[in-house]
Design a protein around this ligand. Structure first.
Ligand code: F6P
Length: 318
């Protein structure tokens, strides 16, 4: 009988639970033995494996976070750490591992696969920084950020203020771009495109001259220290400027329909890979557009921002 273990790793993302449910139930459907690893690669090294049943994943499709818990494991980045993980799986007679996580987690999974374990990746990260697919958790994070932007607009308009809103996305402007376009932001600052500060000020001032009641500037984390940016913007525009850092609220909460469907399709596809003997791939896409892409092709590729979206945001916000 085929045995499979699954874990969630890295920053949690809404929809991870829906993916866990899909993997467990599809594996059981194919009469596999399935084990959940508690606390990601850290838990794998500690041998925290639990047999999963249909009941263990009941009532979780709508819950944020991950019932398996997660970790960012430094020891697993080493050969010694991965060898310990391999021994744990071997002791339980398991040679398939489903890794649900972001770029770093899939990289860890790829390195692990070199030891002979069949590793199947499911992309799950709010950052959406993995190439060739949308990641589980991104849609929920964008919708959460959007709701915050809508609320902030109300108060910004009432006071005639400029608001700088920092969203998550380490090294990646996908959340900023999507939430900015959907939220009608005046300016979007992302790490992949150098910011022209003078242009930002000029645009804001033009908006003021045109009678705009507010100005929303979305900043991906890490691009600028936002408090300092607010100080400079206030000085140069003469308008009251406030900051709102959305932070970890973007990671939690009930997953959107898009994230649940993505997770369900990808979870099933991951197990299908094991059934059909496809090794060391990441599943991508959803509905009838599922692809299986070699992990080797994914992990070193950098996702680049869609420049036409940046242009769209600029045109619509003048
Ligand atoms: O990778 C997801 C993410 O939320 C990033 O957007 C953010 O930079 C990082 O995780 C924060 O990590 P932590 O929760 O470990 O502070």
């Amino acid at each position: 009988m085929e045995k499979v273990a699954l874990l969630t790793s890295g920053g949690d993302a809404s929809g991870m639970n829906a993916a866990i449910r899909a993997v467990v139930r599809t594996a059981l459907y194919h009469n596999m033995e399935v084990y959940g690893v508690n606390q990601g690669f850290e838990g794998l090294m500690a041998g925290k494996l639990l047999p999963m049943t249909r009941g263990s994943v009941a009532d979780i499709i709508h819950r944020g976070g991950t019932i398996l818990q997660t970790s960012r494991s430094k020891p697993f980045m080493t050969d010694e750490g991965r060898k310990i993980g391999l021994d744990r799986l071997a002791a339980a007679g398991i040679n398939n591992l489903v890794v649900i996580g972001g770029n770093g987690s899939l990289t860890g999974g790829f390195e692990f696969s070199k030891l002979g374990v069949n590793v199947i990746g499911i992309p799950a990260t709010i950052d959406n920084d993995i190439v060739l697919t949308q990641s589980i958790g991104f849609d929920t994070a964008v919708n959460t950020a959007l709701e915050a932007i809508n609320r902030i607009r109300d108060t910004a308009t009432s006071h005639g203020r400029i608001f700088i809103i920092e969203v998550m996305g380490r090294h990646c402007g996908e959340i900023a771009m999507a939430a900015g376009v959907a939220g009608g932001a005046e300016s979007i600052l992302i790490p992949e495109i150098e910011t022209d500060f003078e242009q930002l000020i000029e645009k804001t001032n033009q908006g003021t001259l045109r009678g705009k009641l507010h100005s929303i500037i979305i900043v991906a984390e890490g691009v600028y220290p936002v408090m300092e940016l607010a100080k400079q913007v206030q000085e140069r525009t003469g308008r009251d400027t406030r900051v709102s850092i959305l932070g970890h609220m973007q990671r939690g909460g009930t997953p959107t329909a898009v994230d649940r469907i993505l997770a369900s399709c990808m979870g099933r596809a991951a197990v299908d890979c094991i059934v059909e003997g496809t090794r060391n791939v990441m599943v991508a896409g959803y509905w009838d557009k599922i692809q299986k892409i070699p992990l080797a092709q994914i992990i070193n590729a950098k996702r680049m921002p869609e420049l036409s979206m940046f242009e769209l945001a600029r045109i619509l916000s003048i």
